[in-house]
Design a protein around this ligand. Structure first.
Ligand SMILES: [Zn+2]
Length: 124
């Protein structure tokens, strides 16, 4: 992908950055795109989102934990996975709307985005 064929939108919230493939068609649709955010929960030990608590650092941490602590940790990991799945749905909706040419930088859209983000927020 050449840079001049990509439009970058930084929403300035939650680290959301959208890349849209130019040109737009006659209906204002882009050729596709991608989205990143900092909303996802990541492994507190290695920093990777898709770590299933099986990285070297986490294994080391787990060595000295008792059963109860591990139960709590497993519950937390499950909550994080559920939350990340919700975030995936959330960000893919934003991306598909942006690709369709919807103005995702409008104040109304950004306000709606905040409301939605709060309602799926990680309360664990
Ligand atoms: Zn890890």
């Amino acid at each position: 992908m050449k840079n001049e064929n990509i439009k970058t939108i930084n929403l300035g919230a939650h680290g959301i950055v959208i890349h849209l493939v130019l040109p737009q068609d006659e209906n204002g649709r882009y050729g596709g795109g991608s989205i990143v955010s900092n909303l996802e929960e990541v492994c507190e030990h290695c920093g990777h989102r898709d770590c299933d608590f099986d990285c070297e650092e986490a294994m080391e941490w787990a060595q000295d934990r008792d059963h109860e602590e591990m139960e709590r940790k497993n519950e937390e990991l499950k909550n994080n996975r559920d939350y990340n799945n919700r975030i995936d749905g959330f960000t893919s909706l934003i991306l598909s709307q942006a690709v369709m040419g919807i103005d995702v930088e409008s104040p109304a859209y950004l306000e709606a985005l905040e409301t939605a983000e709060q309602s799926i927020g990680n309360n664990s």
